[in-house]
Design a protein around this ligand. Structure first.
Ligand SMILES: Cc1ncc(COP(=O)(O)O)c(C=O)c1O
Length: 384
């Protein structure tokens, strides 16, 4: 039964059969038809007199926050809409900058968006401690846990899934260690959400940041940041938005110009947003929830199988992503004896994927099938 809903929603949302095979959700995910239509329709209606009512605006944002909150298992009051992952990471940096100085832990190999904002704290007396990867090139979690024991650690920032290797972090162990030590735990979830479940409370997340453009299959420029309720209270937004204040829309009644913030994560949203894109995000998350993230995870793992079997049968091909399904989400990265030749052959065969850190990165989603992966494998077989 489970496969039925994956296929049924897949056919409904991606009705056009294309000649190629798209396995590049780690760069951008295919927007479901209903999400694209809702986003486009809002823009079209905005161009027609009387087709759009101002009251709709708040509803779009509420719907989007609610969908994301369901996905993360949190309250909608903990979700602020944001245009990308970087917004949320920078918010976490601002939060930490107001506390005592100390060390920020990150792993070598992280995507720059999850490291560079933290480096701005170095001029304020903090140190960014970049933990070397293990011999396998993956985040060295035992070493990270050891360094978390240092007294001066203020924050640990990690990608739930690494963009190049596809390594999936043990978030609950890392998060528990952070919470026990009062270290802020900041998760960049863009390579995980939509492909695998992330329960923000269960993993003790303080901040979760993600753009919607990849595995959430949303339009570019849509995303969110989750800020744990308890942290919101004593933390004023680093940038002021007129819409973040109570009664912001009561205009023309004698402006009071008082910084009285919303008492939830809306206070972190930065004024007027690209609403059509958040409507797209709301709908795409609803589609993913309709299929079920756990079903999607299992479906993706099934798609991985033909590729992993092929890699197992070729000792000259090096698997970069962990073989253990617990340590993998949607990405499988591997290097062939000539990754460039393999990449060219795939491109010529109409397979859309990426090369990262010298390895091919395939990132199938629920709209892909095991048959497509079998075709990918047959192309690869001709190149080694
Ligand atoms: C782990 C990770 N974080 C962040 C980003 C992008 O950040 P932003 O959404 O701010 O552009 C990417 C990919 O582009 C990524 O792979």
């Amino acid at each position: 039964m489970t496969d039925d809903i994956v296929a049924r929603v897949g056919q409904r949302e991606y009705p056009e059969k294309s000649d190629g095979i798209f396995m590049n959700a780690a760069s951008w995910g295919l927007v479901p038809r209903s999400a694209a239509e809702e986003a486009a329709s809002l823009t079209l209606r905005k161009g027609r007199i009387g087709a759009f009512r101002e009251e709709e605006l708040g509803g779009i944002q509420r719907r989007c926050r609610a969908a994301i909150a369901l996905l993360l298992g949190v309250d909608a009051s903990e979700i602020a809409l944001a245009p990308n992952t970087s917004f949320g990471v920078n918010l976490a940096v601002a939060l930490v900058s107001r506390g005592p100085k100390g060390r920020i832990l990150v792993s070598q190999g992280e995507f720059p968006a999850n490291v560079l904002p933290w480096m701005t704290l170095e001029s304020k007396g903090f140190t960014v401690d970049i933990v070397p990867t293990g011999k396998d090139g993956l985040p060295d979690e035992p070493e990270i846990l050891r360094r978390l024991d240092g007294e001066d650690v203020r924050a640990f920032a990690v990608s739930a899934v690494q963009y190049a290797s596809g390594h999936k972090a043990d978030l609950s162990t890392l998060g528990r260690a952070c919470r026990e030590r009062g270290v802020l735990f900041c998760i960049d979830a863009i390579q995980a959400l939509g492909a695998t479940a992330l329960d923000a409370r269960a993993v003790h997340a303080d901040v979760v940041a993600a753009g919607g453009q990849k595995w959430l299959c949303a339009p570019w420029g849509s995303g969110f940041v989750h800020v744990r309720k308890e942290l919101q209270t004593h933390f004023d937004p680093p940038m002021v938005s007129w819409l973040s204040l109570e009664g912001a829309m009561r205009l023309g009644h004698g402006e009071r110009y008082a910084l009285n913030w919303h008492d939830d994560a809306r206070k972190f949203e930065l004024a007027t947003l690209g609403l059509q894109d958040y409507l797209g995000l709301a709908r795409s998350v609803e589609v993913l929830l309709e299929v079920g993230v756990e079903r999607i995870r299992k479906h993706i793992q099934t798609i991985h199988e033909p590729l992993l079997d092929w890699i197992d049968a070729h000792p000259e091909v090096k698997l970069v992503t962990p073989r253990d399904p617990v340590r993998r989400a949607g990405i499988v990265s591997f290097a062939t004896p000539s990754t460039e030749r393999s990449a060219n052959a795939l491109a010529q065969a109409g397979v859309v994927c990426s090369v990262r850190a010298g390895a091919l990165r395939l990132s199938p989603h629920f709209y892909n099938t095991p048959d497509e992966m079998a075709e990918v494998v047959s192309v690869l077989e001709r190149t080694v």
